[in-house]
Design a protein around this ligand. Structure first.
Ligand code: SF4
Length: 339
């Protein structure tokens, strides 16, 4: 463990619980980090948590369920405003944690009425055991960026031997048994996976899969590789329309319907009392991913002026990386980020 993580633990008090952060798909989401470090079955060029340190498909108890649940119980005991959902994710691929079933059961015991969501790059779903474990959650958010093997390798840089068609087939198998919601995400990066060939394949795949929602997005935050850039709005619109138009076997409403649009939620009404608490939460959130001041304010329910003051303090301490993307300034307290 490096010094900064020790500092994180000592100052913020949490290693595996973070947020809440605002998610356009889920609302206010309290995150659980199931890996504790950058362990993933992919090393995507656009990854917002940075370069994967351990590229693996091996499942292990990277963080024991008991450690995560102990923190979550403490968080609950502190009387915070409840989020909309608890999301298993973090610094890598959460389904690689072999104690995921215990974690899901523990979360549901602590928060019986709350939805549990899992972010996944979909690779482990080729394992029937993982598919079985995921049947216990409420929302699965898989990503699938390309069904063209060469593009898949270039943008996602997966473990050796992972093939996109096998992953797609596994997702379709999962859909047949899973009673919860599937929110599919397709991230487009210019020159990597925005080909017409991929669009045709993805359209057929979405028709077969029938997710409850499809989000076609492009890079809005700095990724691992500088050369990985966003697609233009015309391309994004064309893809959204094409995948939106895909007739579905399972979807009973359009990709964006049936899910509340939570942009501009009532987070502003939630005002935190303690400035130091606000500072810690802002710093903890920026250690997970880059965000603008407005995003932090919306996600954490902290007034913008408070966020800007904390950002000023972090900058003075030399803990902040700042990057401009378009008109937006992104702040970032992660380790090993190129300034
Ligand atoms: S974006 Fe997700 S799947 Fe890709 S490297 Fe980062 S954590 Fe892994």
């Amino acid at each position: 463990m490096n010094l900064f993580l020790l500092l994180d633990e000592a100052v913020m008090g949490y290693k595996y619980v973070f947020g809440p952060v605002f998610s356009g798909r889920l609302g206010r989401s309290l995150g659980l980090d199931l890996l504790g470090s950058r362990i993933c079955s992919m090393d995507c060029v656009y990854c917002e948590v940075g370069k994967t340190d351990v590229l693996t498909c091996e499942r292990k108890a990277y963080v024991p369920a008991a450690d995560i649940l102990r923190e979550l119980e403490r968080w609950k005991g502190e009387g915070h405003e409840l989020p909309d959902v608890i999301t298993l994710g973090g610094l890598g691929e959460p389904t690689l944690n072999s104690e995921m079933p215990e974690i899901v059961r523990g979360v549901k015991t602590l928060f019986p009425s709350m939805d549990v969501a899992v972010l996944t790059n979909s690779v482990t779903l080729t394992d029937p055991e993982v598919r079985k474990e995921l049947l216990e959650v409420d929302v699965v958010l898989p990503s699938m960026d390309s069904l063209i093997a060469s593009e898949f390798r270039a943008i996602n840089r997966p473990c050796r031997g992972v093939e996109p068609q096998a992953v797609a087939k596994a997702l379709i198998e999962f859909r047949k048994e899973f009673k919860g919601k599937i929110f599919l995400e397709v991230l487009l990066s210019r020159g990597y996976n925005d080909s017409d060939e991929n669009l045709a394949e993805m359209k057929a795949f979405c028709t077969e899969l029938g997710p409850d929602r499809i989000d076609v997005v492009t890079l809005s935050r700095p990724g691992t590789l500088d050369k990985a850039g966003p697609v233009d709005s015309g391309t994004l619109g064309r893809w959204k329309k094409a995948l939106d138009a895909a007739p579905s076997k399972n979807r009973d409403c359009g990709p964006e319907t049936g899910v509340k649009d939570r942009s501009g939620t009532d987070n502003s009404a939630h005002v935190l009392g303690e400035v130091s608490d606000a500072f810690d939460r802002i710093q903890a959130s920026l250690m997970r991913r880059p965000q603008t001041a407005q995003q932090l304010s919306g996600a954490l329910g902290i007034p913008l002026c408070e966020v800007e003051r904390a950002i000023g303090e972090l900058e003075k301490c030399g803990r902040l990386h700042i990057r401009q993307t378009g008109d937006d300034l992104y702040y970032d307290c992660r380790l090993d980020v190129d300034s």
